[in-house]
Design a protein around this ligand. Structure first.
Ligand code: TXA
Ligand code: MG
Length: 326
């Protein structure tokens, strides 16, 4: 853990760290973010590991401007109007991912959409410019803790890590960004209340739909969940053996043989590597002509908990696919 004042030298060092897969906590006008290169799945897996989230939520990806944002997502008229009016600022816009975007699957939790934000804070902007990569950054707090609005909050929360923290002083807004979903054809949906008031959004694109529950701010709309990874092939968990018509998602040094296609999450049993590979490998196995995907068991510790959470949900979802019915 190292807290530094942002200047040309420390920002260049932070950018170098990010480009080589390291993590840097940085100030935005809302809260401090725990940043990593959004195009590097290992870096994004390290974010989830440090936050100790028991599941993979999609992360907000920070970019320098609307042109860069449009290279990663498909902006409809409403999304563009909001971006033009309110960026840079405390607004995150969920849009469909653009094919060919270098943002990794894990940053989007395997889903077809991406949340993009252009922050206004000068340190965040300088860091984005120096790094030259989109930065995935959730709030820089361990899962279940309050969002950090000073560098000290971040330092105290991650005392034992080797995180670098850029100290930009207290955050002016101190409340997370508003998250609005413009990824579907219908009206935009407010997923999280935050730094931009709902009235300001209504004024720009007309009335938006409410996707937040009043008391806990969690999305009421099940749409958010269905946007997460839903497997096309049935998943069979804790497989010890595999049949010739199945694809195998392996883990560790000694996978069973005989599968139609095999991808190994981590031959060395490294959970960070496994998390980084999870969604891309599932997508690739789905492209095979196997009848299902057998998945070896993953230790239920550290990032393994988030991996297992995703796999369990995938297996439940696949229980009702036609292929699985008797
Ligand atoms: O102010 C903020 O938004 C801060 C700063 C660092 O930018 N970031 C932040 O990130 O609060 P996080 O990960 O703590 O919250 C991200 C929120 C979550 O509620 C997540 O579900 C939602 O945004 N989100 C991200 N990507 C999404 C997507 N593709 N679809 C729907 N919701 C998404
Ligand atoms: Mg948060």
């Amino acid at each position: 853990m190292r807290v530094v004042a942002p200047d040309l030298t420390t920002i260049a060092e932070a950018a170098e760290r990010l480009r080589s897969g390291g993590l840097v906590a940085f100030p935005t006008e809302t809260v401090y973010g725990l940043g990593g290169d959004a195009t590097n799945a290992r870096a994004v897996a390290a974010i989830f590991e440090l936050k100790a989230r028991p599941s993979f939520n999609p992360l907000i990806v920070h970019v320098t401007n609307l042109v860069e944002a449009e290279s990663h997502g498909m902006f409809n008229a409403a999304a563009r109007q909001l971006a033009v009016a309110l960026w840079p600022g405390p607004l995150s816009i969920v849009v469909r991912r653009r094919e060919g975007s270098a943002i990794c699957d894990l940053a989007c939790a395997g889903g077809p959409t991406v949340a993009l934000r252009v922050p206004a804070h000068p340190v965040a902007r300088a860091l984005l410019a120096a790094t030259g990569r989109p930065l995935a950054a959730p709030s820089a707090n361990p899962s279940g803790y309050l969002s950090p609005t000073t560098a000290r909050h971040v330092a105290e929360a991650f005392r034992d890590s080797d995180l670098m923290v850029l100290d930009g002083g207290p955050c002016a807004i101190g409340l997370e960004s508003t998250v609005i979903d413009c990824s579907a054809a219908g009206p935009a949906v407010l997923l999280r209340a935050g730094g931009i008031a709902r009235d300001d959004i209504d004024e720009i694109i007309g009335a938006v739909e409410d996707g937040t529950a009043p008391d806990d701010q969690r999305p009421r709309s099940p749409g958010l969940l269905t946007r997460h990874y839903a497997p096309r092939l049935p998943l069979r968990l804790n497989a010890r053996t595999v049949s010739g018509d199945e694809a195998l998602l392996a883990f560790g040094a000694a996978p069973p043989s005989g599968a139609k296609m095999v991808l190994n999450l981590s031959p060395t049993g490294d959970l960070v590597e496994a998390a980084a590979n999870l969604f891309a490998m599932l997508h690739a196995l789905e492209q095979s002509d196997a009848v299902g995907i057998a998945v070896m068991s993953i230790p239920d510790q550290g990032l393994g908990r988030a991996i297992n959470d995703r796999l369990r949900r995938g297996a439940e979802g696949s229980a009702c696919t036609p292929a699985d019915r008797p």
